[in-house]
Design a protein around this ligand. Sequence first.
Ligand code: B1M
Length: 240
Amino acid sequence: MAARDSILRYGAYPIHIDDEVLKMTDIVETIKEMVVNGKFNDIEAEVQRAVDDGTDLNRLINDALISAMDTVGQRFADSEIFVPEMLVSAKTMKQGLDIIKPLLQSGEAENRGTIVMATVKGDLHDIGKNLVTMMMEGAGFKIIDLGVDVKIEDLIEAVKEEEADILGLSALLTTTMPQMQNVLEMLTTKGLRDKVKVIVGGAPIDQGFADEIGADGFGADAVEAVQLVRKLVDENLNSN
Ligand code: B1M
């Protein structure tokens, strides 16, 4: 059956839009608005509806959930909202992500490598880290997630205990970025630097910063982070 068209108007001109596309655009916009406005009571049902309707998961994550947090960040920077509103949006986003999480699991039984993940000391932001963690788990890696505001000693301990292949560090504040360098220095001091690859990420981090502090890689987003850990683990296997 041919898809029906909706007719919208751009000025005097009619535009034909496939109804299925229109519906998905609507739901993505609705979910984004719900996160921006902190509608945590309703978000799960709406995300579930989007999933059931077959909405592309990448669109749901990028155009609804992440895009909403960008809007929230902008409103905070413009002093239109304050920390409590940011927290409610973060809670709403997390609940939405929880619906998507099981769908990102590959079901692969193999362990492609062990990754210790953390948000650095002094930093409480974990939405991005959790998203990266979900995607890495989905790609078959074993994840030891130490959470937020993690002390260097705890990171070192976990890397040793778990014989981690990779240590992933996230930071969202310019004031906590230097913690990443402190971690790298401590790994060297403890004689562990050549035993574990270190990758870094988070909104203020870029490749230049990763190079400057001597990290093994930088991921701009969750997809890049997964590609990066796959590459690093494969390189490691080939060099042994
Ligand atoms: Co905060 N906050 N916040 N905040 N907060 C920012 C980061 C900010 C940019 C907002 C702004 O001013 N526009 C600003 C930082 C400014 C700066 O440093 N220059 C800021 C500030 C100032 C603060 C406080 C200081 C506010 C205050 O108290 N006055 C305070 C600090 C608390 C602390 O950490 N000590 C604070 C607090 C909070 C909340 C607790 C309220 C809440 C966090 C809740 C939580 O995470 N559980 C919060 C939020 C929600 C934000 C914004 C709005 C959204 C962050 C987010 O979740 N983005 C943020 C503005 C923004 O970033 N646009 C902001 C969505 C997430 C999916 O993206 O985390 O970037 P992101 O992750 C991406 C990539 O970066 C990458 O992949 C992810 C997926 O694509 N990635 C990795 C992340 N980690 C990676 C690791 C990798 C690889 C890739 O490898 C290991």
